[in-house]
Design a protein around this ligand. Structure first.
Ligand code: NPG
Length: 368
């Protein structure tokens, strides 16, 4: 396979409603898409970096610069644009896992489309559909939260994740439990908003039988998460801290992670994401697939990943209309609370030309 070039395409995707987390509020996604053009097929990758470095240190303009100046020239040194072969040369560029993941995924998608192999088939999917959870942002009032949760449950979502932060935690969880009962699969995500000093406060969530509490402490406080796990009953799940399969092994060995949120963009790509899955499986630690408000392209890849055997909890793999009135691919639609794993070659979805044209804000061609 010969790579002729890489296109960097920015698309503006307005959100159907503001999405508030402990680190800020998203109103629109400014998404960087990567298209790899080879002599046999084209492939797509989606960079999940946000506009500002609030989730992690990456941000979309920075990711584009790293891809333009360092990653594409590195790929050009390869005889063939093999997605596995890029990992050791990408390792010479420190950090920037979201940028790396986008380029590797575009190369992998092109290779799989040329081979007629689906993303799920290549990764080791064992299911044809995956259970869908939904992430619910921090709201202005409890009634507004309850209305949102009511709507998502009515649509069939099988798990509710509530964003929490100091001042918005015990009461929203109590209100959801009182209104919808103990049968709803319910978890919370703090996005690093607490410290170990909050342990006694976080233990007040224990009576609500949550599936997990996600990343309550800072990314680099793995020891703190292990100490917290000994002081609360709710299982601790890590997100931001799990930057590689090795980091997953360390967190598990330290007792800091009973569950892991797998996010390909956070770990440098779907191959490393599968390694995180495998390390967790080897230790009996269940995983679920996190989300970064992806368009249908990234969503297709995540749904395929979520079909691997140790993804035993519903992930943040929601339908397209959770975030977008109009997706750039055919929308992912909830079917009895599940999303269907695309079965076609590669990602199994294509950008809709009109939708892509209508939301494109910039495009740049990088010749190899
Ligand atoms: O469903 C989704 O795609 C979003 C799931 C979600 O809550 N993502 C969170 C997170 O911290 O995991 C996030 C929100 C905004 C920006 C980045 C990440």
């Amino acid at each position: 396979m010969k790579l002729s070039g890489i296109e960097l395409r920015r698309v503006a995707m307005p959100l159907v409603a503001p999405f508030r987390t402990s680190f800020g509020t998203e109103h629109e996604r400014d998404v960087l898409l990567v298209r790899a053009v080879t002599d046999e097929a084209e492939g797509w990758g989606e960079c999940v970096a946000m506009s500002e470095p609030r989730y992690s240190s990456e941000y979309v303009d920075g990711a584009a610069e790293v891809i333009r100046r360092f990653l594409v020239p590195a790929v050009a040194t390869l005889r063939s644009p093999d997605p596995v072969a890029v990992e050791p040369i990408f390792a010479e560029v420190k950090g920037h896992p979201m940028a790396k993941a986008a380029v590797q995924t575009a190369l992998l998608d092109a290779q799989l489309r040329a081979a007629g192999l689906s993303f799920g088939g290549y990764l080791g999917a064992v299911r044809e559909r995956v259970p869908a959870g939904v992430s619910v942002g921090i709201m202005d009032t409890i009634p507004a939260l309850l209305d949102a949760v009511d709507g998502y449950l009515a649509q069939g979502y099988l798990r509710i994740k509530l964003k929490i932060e100091p001042g918005w935690d015990v009461e929203p969880v109590r209100a959801v439990r009182e209104r919808f009962g103990d049968g709803v699969l319910l978890q919370v995500d703090a996005n690093t908003a607490y410290t170990l000093a909050d342990a006694r406060h976080l233990a007040r969530l224990d009576p609500f039988d949550l599936l997990l509490i996600e990343q309550p402490l800072p990314e680099d406080d793995v020891r703190g998460h292990a100490a917290l796990a000994g002081r609360i009953r709710t299982p601790v799940c890590l997100d931001e801290s799990i930057t590689s399969a090795r980091a997953a092994a360390d967190a598990i060995a330290l007792g800091a992670a009973a569950i892991v949120n797998v996010k390909p963009g956070r770990v440098g790509g779907y191959l490393e994401a599968r390694r995180v899955h495998d390390v967790c499986a080897a230790h009996g630690v269940p995983v679920w697939c996190g989300g970064m408000l992806e368009t249908g392209l990234g969503r297709a890849a995540n749904v395929a990943l979520a079909a691997l055997p140790n993804f035993t909890l519903p992930g943040d793999t929601s339908a397209s209309d959770r975030y977008f009135a109009r997706d750039i691919t055919a929308p992912f639609v909830l079917e009895e609370g599940h999303l269907r794993v695309p079965a076609g070659p590669g990602l199994g979805v294509e950008p809709d030309a009109d939708a892509l044209r209508d939301c494109t804000t910039a495009t740049e061609w990088l010749e190899i």
